[in-house]
Design a binder for this molecule. Structure first.
Ligand code: DGL
Length: 274
């Protein structure tokens, strides 16, 4: 059998590039397809119905490009839409393919590293509203204290490539202050975009707080998943390549995407839905 399948990485925009980079480092031989729905980002301020529809269209596009497995890197999409897609859309349309999210891997890691059981979650408004992280943390630990903080201004800063500026530092400090006051010892950056601010977050929170490295955790969990699921792994191509798709093919995607990815990229236009 020819091994043709790719691994898809889906995000609302540029954020998931931080996750893709870590996945590639950990599993370099596969063929990856990245889709950033930049035409419709941000997802974090939208209703669950709209996020569900956009996520469905993104996943469907990646399957049509030959992905056997799609990682929904976007936390906002993973928080609510993913479960419905796994339960309804997948069995009805692509019963042999898989869609994986990021919430459970990150929650498991937070619980593995916390000492005092006080976990902070920095996320989009949509993810905070969904209460998905507190629910999963509660389900898996039964006793963790979870403190959520929405950080809506960080996504546009990353999308504009402005996340290493003084302004970004001040905004980040404002968002992190309430979490610092709660004496958390573990912090989840529960939005792909915040991964690009990881070093600033660590500096701000100090050495006593574990900032969970989302990209590394997702990559490690994916590696474990593929070891447990040879029926999926055996369908993946080992052609070692990455193709970038965006729903808004602009010079900015090339420029900011290359800056975040660390290499030049040649994105292609994705048309979703229809
Ligand atoms: N990247 C998405 C996440 O991980 C959200 C950013 C957005 O609001 O589009 O939650």
């Amino acid at each position: 059998m020819m091994k043709r399948g790719s691994v898809g990485v889906f995000d609302s925009g540029f954020g998931g590039i931080a996750i893709l980079k870590e996945i590639e480092k950990c599993l370099p031989s596969y063929r990856y397809i990245y889709l950033g729905d930049t035409a419709r980002t941000p997802y974090g301020t939208r209703s669950m119905e709209v996020v569900h529809q956009f996520t469905l269209e993104g996943i469907d596009f990646l399957f049509r490009q030959g992905c056997e497995l799609v990682i929904v890197a976007c936390n906002t999409a993973s928080a609510d839409a993913l479960r419905k897609i796994q339960r309804k859309y997948l069995p009805n349309n692509y019963p042999d393919r898989r869609v994986l999210g990021v919430v459970v891997p990150l929650v498991e890691e937070a619980l593995a590293v916390t000492q005092n059981g006080r976990v902070g979650v920095l996320a989009t408004e949509g993810t905070v509203r969904s209460n998905k992280y507190p629910r999963e943390l509660e389900k898996l630990s039964g006793g963790a204290c979870v403190f959520q903080q929405a950080a809506p201004l960080l996504v546009p800063l990353v999308e504009e490539g402005e996340h290493h500026t003084k302004a970004a530092e001040l905004i980040l400090r404002k968002y992190l202050a309430p979490l610092r006051a709660k004496r958390i010892d573990t912090l989840l950056l529960a939005c792909t975009h915040y991964g690009h601010l990881e070093s600033q977050v660590k500096k701000e929170m100090g050495k006593k707080v574990n900032v969970v490295p989302a990209g590394k955790v997702v990559a490690r969990k994916l590696k474990e998943y593929l070891l447990r699921h040879p029926e999926i792994e055996s369908r993946l191509s080992h052609s070692k390549s990455v193709t970038f798709y965006t729903t808004d093919l602009t010079e900015k995607f090339r420029r900011v995407g290359a800056k975040l990815y660390g290499h030049p990229i040649t994105p292609k236009k994705a048309v979703l839905g229809g």
